[in-house]
Ligand binder design. Structure first.
Ligand SMILES: *Cc1c(COP(=O)(O)O)cnc(C)c1O
Length: 421
């Protein structure tokens, strides 16, 4: 009756238990039984609310973690994020029907909260004492917050000196044990997987299948907001590929359970300097070739060896999707557009708008199509990059939309003059 975990490589099946990886080393995936839930019921819930349905993740409980008792749920009312549109961003991308779903409005400022509420709730259910992850910053901030709420110890590995300041501040402040590992994210990721088993820590990276289950709710909520009428495209930044994988799984389940008719196409956008998934897709390879020294200003997607690439390839194929890459300059110019529209996001998030613009220009996105960009993180996450852009202090970036502050003596006439010029 209950859900099971299935290995995507060898097909071995497990009942939900204290495991996150198959004995063969493959990634696990949650397999749902048939779910009997209607659009009408979900809409009724959204209107009525009440625990746990006031969370934009647990509103879809049957599709996310059906069997978990409510008393194990650790929730911060995550999700419920808005869908924006603005003439400025539409004109910039050349796409009239362009929407942005702002996952930076989650409690710790990124979509990671959607996976984390489910992952930490599962940790509580199985009686874990210590939870851990490797992170480019947002996963650690989210883990630290949810672990503290649940009274669990949190251990995070972060690449030394490579994560945005806001994220580091959050993680320390929420009380996680922060281990700064010399090397890049991929090194941290490898080490945490080793440390997790030997130190009896429950791993909450997106290798954990429950993280993926929670992240599916971006797609559920988005489609519900669009009155169950799918957009033509969903465009998202792609790093470790957990989110791309989750989106594909969500769409395939929505279709299977009869909640949508039309399948949107996924466009996964990578940064040029960290684009192993783009290369895989473009060259029709069967195995991912990792990038040893990933390099991009968008630190959340600075990943050379993405763990969920097999699931993500499935998602792209299943939705007839595409993978595109954009430069750091394109990312930051797109960010400046999103920011100056009053919406705002962190650098990696803007890869979605930069990617949509490129795909429209290439004619992959057609005139008149509906496009939703996922803004994955909050504008306050990486203030150093934002200020650096507007003051033209970033190496190799030529800002197209600068808005530098002006410095004036404390004299009203001089201030007037400066404002008039
Ligand atoms: C984690 C993250 C991403 C990348 O998501 P993946 O699931 O790793 O592909 C993109 N943007 C932000 C802000 C993130 O925190």
């Amino acid at each position: 009756m209950s859900t099971s975990l299935v290995c995507i490589d060898c097909g071995a099946e497990y009942r939900p238990a204290d495991i996150w990886q198959c004995e063969c080393g493959g990634l696990l995936e949650v397999r749902l039984d048939h779910i009997n839930i209607s659009v009408r019921e979900l809409d009724k819930r959204a209107a009525a609310r009440g625990f746990p349905y006031d969370s934009g993740v647990w509103l879809f409980k049957e599709l996310v973690h059906k069997s978990i008792p409510n008393k194990c749920i650790v929730s911060r009312w995550e999700g419920n994020t808005r869908l924006y549109s603005h003439t400025k961003t539409s004109e910039y991308a050349g796409i009239k029907n362009l929407y942005m779903k702002h996952e930076g409005e989650n409690p710790t400022g990124s979509f990671k909260d959607r996976g984390m509420t489910v992952g930490v709730s599962e940790a509580v259910r199985i009686g874990a004492k210590i939870v851990c992850c490797a992170s480019t910053g947002n996963t650690s901030a989210s883990l630290a917050s949810y672990a503290a709420l649940a009274g669990l110890k949190a251990v995070v590995f972060i690449p030394s000196g490579e994560i945005a300041y806001g994220k580091l501040a959050q993680t320390i402040a929420y009380g996680a044990k922060v281990v700064q590992v010399k090397g890049n994210f991929d090194d941290s990721m490898r080490l945490i997987q080793e440390a997790a088993s030997s130190l009896k820590m429950y791993i909450l990276n997106s290798v954990n299948p429950w993280r993926i289950e929670g992240q599916k709710s971006i797609t559920f909520e988005l489609i519900q907001q669009m009155k169950w009428d799918s957009p033509d495209w969903i465009v998202l930044p792609a790093g470790n590929l957990g989110n791309t994988a989750a989106m594909g799984k969500a769409l395939s389940e929505l279709k299977e359970f009869g909640l949508i008719e039309k399948m949107p196409r996924i466009a996964a956008i990578q940064s040029e300097g960290a684009a192993p998934f783009y290369k895989l897709w473009k060259s029709g390879l069967h195995e991912l070739v990792r990038v040893d020294n990933p390099d991009t200003i968008a630190s959340a997607i600075k990943i050379g060896n993405p763990v969920s690439w097999k699931k993500a390839i499935k998602a792209i194929k299943m939705t007839n999707g595409v993978v595109e890459k954009v430069s750091d300059n394109q990312i930051l110019d797109a960010k400046a557009m999103i920011d100056s529209s009053g919406i705002g996001c962190e650098p990696a998030s803007a890869a979605s708008l930069a990617g949509a613009k490129k795909l429209r220009k290439n004619g992959v996105i057609k005139e008149g199509q509906n496009v939703v960009c996922i803004l994955t993180g909050n504008i306050l996450k990486d203030p150093i990059t934002t200020v650096g852009y507007h003051t033209n202090e970033l190496k190799k970036i030529r800002p197209a939309f600068m808005n530098p502050p002006i410095e004036v003596d404390g004299d009203i006439d001089k201030i007037k003059k400066a404002l008039e010029s």
